[in-house]
Ligand binder design. Structure first.
Ligand code: ADP
Length: 626
């Protein structure tokens, strides 16, 4: 500022005495050129282009301004001329030194200048001006002053600044951003885009077709078509980096239009979702595994609120095990499944306290009221601020039944086996310790054989019976032709007794019965064996069948000793035996009829007996045909 003041104070020149300032323009007299001076033309032109013109006279240290200077400086031209320091004081202080230096250079070195600086308007705001000055020389070749144009370029500057901020915003965006021309070739890529696709410089990508960045360029062309039709598109896209590696991006693109609505290019924004996709894929995978585990488990799995017991999730095994539907389950608390809900509440308290617990042999109730023995393991876990409990419930009724069955078999068999075993041991020992004549020896051997047979029968019947009672003995129930079955049964007895006549009475057109053929064969065998055994005087033994409505009834009739009325209910119980008061002892295990009863029951049939002492007996098995 002081330099300028010194400079202007020390150089006193008169106003520029330009050759055109006062003389008439050549040809102004009527040759098609306006009859105005060069100066007038100059001012008229500057007004037309919105310029402020000025002339600085070094000799006078004054500047002459055109009228429009008021629009820029907020003061009249006259005021600026009379007060030269006023102009300088209006220049923004950050720009002042630079402006002074350029003016100085123009005056001292004859250099033109083209400056942009800020001017403070008296209203308080700043304007940006462009100041282009040319030094003017006198005839002596010395600089006499400066003429120049000054223009308010605030709106241009603003536009430039807006553009710059928009560019900065694009540049600083974390999303990869690219612009493409209407041919789909890149015109701009921000640094995130370069980073995303592993490039260093924009030049490496500008000009390339955008489709080159897609894994499938044909899909890119399809998206460009959509963009041309609808103006925007967004979706997930598989892309290729510079090194060929794959990445998945979330792309959002739109067409850019000019102010007339004509498309001038495309803009697209990319977010790398490769990791996100990978994490999502892993999450889905794990969810799938969990679901599979959950739904394929053969144990019931129930998830409930660990505080109030409300059931929140059940697997298909739970539906099967309890017989409730999903909707019914979700209305229930876990306690409702126990036979004793109060005890179940106490158990829940224990789980809440310890975090996990196992319980064996709890009794749980099904929807139909029946109960089963359950083994339960439960553990609590946190889920979204909620304490939940996962319960694995295994129906161990079968296992328990088997355990009991094993115990039963062991105790019953060991008890029943004692008699034949004692006989076998006794006779064997006797034979070893005595010299027996061959006749007696054979007799004893026969007794040993009979007892061994009894033992085998005992074990076999016992096992069969226990299996049936436990629900495992019955095989496939399917239609069984009756007549061939009856013939097959008597086949095994053909030469067993000379005193008996074994006959079959059966119509050929009977409907097949629904049964496990092997077990039904065994039942008839038992009845036939009894019929022979309990008719010691011989007679006819008849194996027959007749249609009985929708059922077919099979029967075994003998002419033997018969059964007293009072015993007819009991003969089907295990180990019940009735020994005839007179005549020879008839051996047996007391298991045959119990076995028949279980087989008939397992085939959904019905068993009964008709008998009178001394009149023979008939056992009937009635079986369904459908
Ligand atoms: P076991 O024949 O081994 O004694 P079962 O269970 O087959 O055992 O029969 C139970 C009882 O029923 C027999 O002890 C017998 O008193 C009576 N019983 C069975 N079948 C007949 C029959 N056909 N005639 C008379 N009594 C019979």
């Amino acid at each position: 500022m002081s330099d300028w003041m010194n400079f202007s104070d020390n150089l006193h020149l008169g106003f520029i005495d330009s050759p055109h300032t006062s003389s008439q323009s050549p040809g102004a007299s009527g040759d098609g050129v306006l009859p105005v001076t060069g100066e007038e033309k100059y001012f008229a032109l500057s007004r037309a282009v919105g310029n402020v013109t000025y002339e600085y006279c070094l000799a006078r240290g004054e500047t002459r301004w055109s009228d429009r200077c008021e629009e820029v400086f907020g003061v009249k031209a006259q005021e600026l001329q009379s007060e030269p320091a006023l102009w300088l004081s209006r220049i923004h202080e950050e720009d002042r030194e630079r402006v002074c230096s350029e003016y100085r250079k123009a005056l001292l070195e004859g250099a033109t200048f083209d400056l942009e600086y800020r001017v403070r308007h008296p209203m308080g705001h700043h304007l940006w001006v462009r100041d282009r000055g040319v030094p003017v020389e006198g005839p002596d070749g010395r600089t006499r002053g400066i003429v120049g144009f000054l223009k308010d370029i605030s709106s241009h500057r603003q536009r430039d600044e807006d553009l710059l901020s928009a560019k900065r915003a694009l540049e600083s965006s974390l999303n990869g951003i690219m612009l493409a021309d209407t041919q789909g070739c890149l015109t701009y890529a921000n640094s995130s885009f370069l980073k995303l696709f592993h490039y260093e410089e924009p030049d490496q990508v500008v000009g390339k077709p955008a489709a080159e960045f897609w894994e499938n360029p044909r899909k890119a062309q399809a998206v460009f078509r959509l963009l041309r039709n609808s103006g925007e598109w967004s979706g997930q896209v598989a892309a290729r980096r510079r090194d060929g590696s794959r990445l998945v991006v979330e792309l959002s693109a739109h067409t850019v239009f000019d102010q007339n609505g004509s498309p001038i290019g495309y803009m697209a924004s990319f977010i790398d979702i490769t990791d996100h996709r990978e994490a999502e894929r892993e999450r889905q995978e794990s969810e799938k595994k969990y679901r599979l585990l959950f739904s394929s488990s053969s144990d019931a799995l129930i998830i409930c609120n660990a505080v109030n017991g409300r059931i929140l999730e059940v697997n298909p095994a739970a539906l099967n095990q309890y017989g409730y539907g999903y909707d019914e389950f979700f209305q229930m608390d876990i306690f409702n499944l126990a036979e004793e809900p109060e005890e179940s509440v106490l158990r829940l308290k224990k789980i809440q306290k310890c975090g996990q617990a196992n319980f064996s042999l709890l009794r749980h109730r099904r929807r139909d009221g029946s109960c089963f023995e359950a083994e339960v393991s439960a553990a609590t876990f946190k889920w979204k601020n909620c304490l939940l409990m996962a319960c694995f419930i295994r129906d161990v009724s079968d296992r328990q039944r088997l355990e009991r069955l094993k115990d039963d078999v062991l105790s019953a068999v060991s008890h029943e086996m004692r008699t034949p075993l004692t006989a076998i041991l006794g006779y064997t020992e006797f034979m070893l310790n005595h010299d027996l004549d061959p006749g007696a020896g054979l007799q004893y051997l026969d007794i040993i054989r009979q007892q061994s047979e009894r033992l085998r029968e005992l074990i076999e019947n016992h096992l069969n019976l226990q299996q049936l009672r436990a629900g495992f003995g019955i095989g496939l129930v399917r239609p069984v032709e009756v007549k061939p079955l009856l013939h097959s049964v008597i086949g095994g007895f053909r030469n067993s007794s000379e005193k008996h006549r074994i006959l079959v009475e059966c119509a050929a057109d009977l409907s097949p019965v629904q049964a496990d053929e092997r077990q039904l064969h065994r039942a008839l065998q038992n009845l036939l064996s009894n019929a022979i055994k309990y008719s010691p005087d011989g007679g006819d033994v008849i194996l027959g069948a007749f249609q009985d409505g929708r059922n077919v009834t099979l029967y075994v009739r003998d002419e033997g000793i018969g059964i007293p009325h009072h015993a007819q209910d009991k003969i089907f119980d295990r180990y019940f035996r009735l020994c005839p008061a007179e005549g020879p002892t008839i051996g047996g295990t007391g298991l045959g009829l119990a076995l028949v009863k279980e087989i008939v029951k397992a085939c959904s049939g019905h068993l009964r007996v008709e008998s009178s002492p001394g009149q023979g007996s008939t056992f009937y098995i009635s079986l369904p045909t459908e």
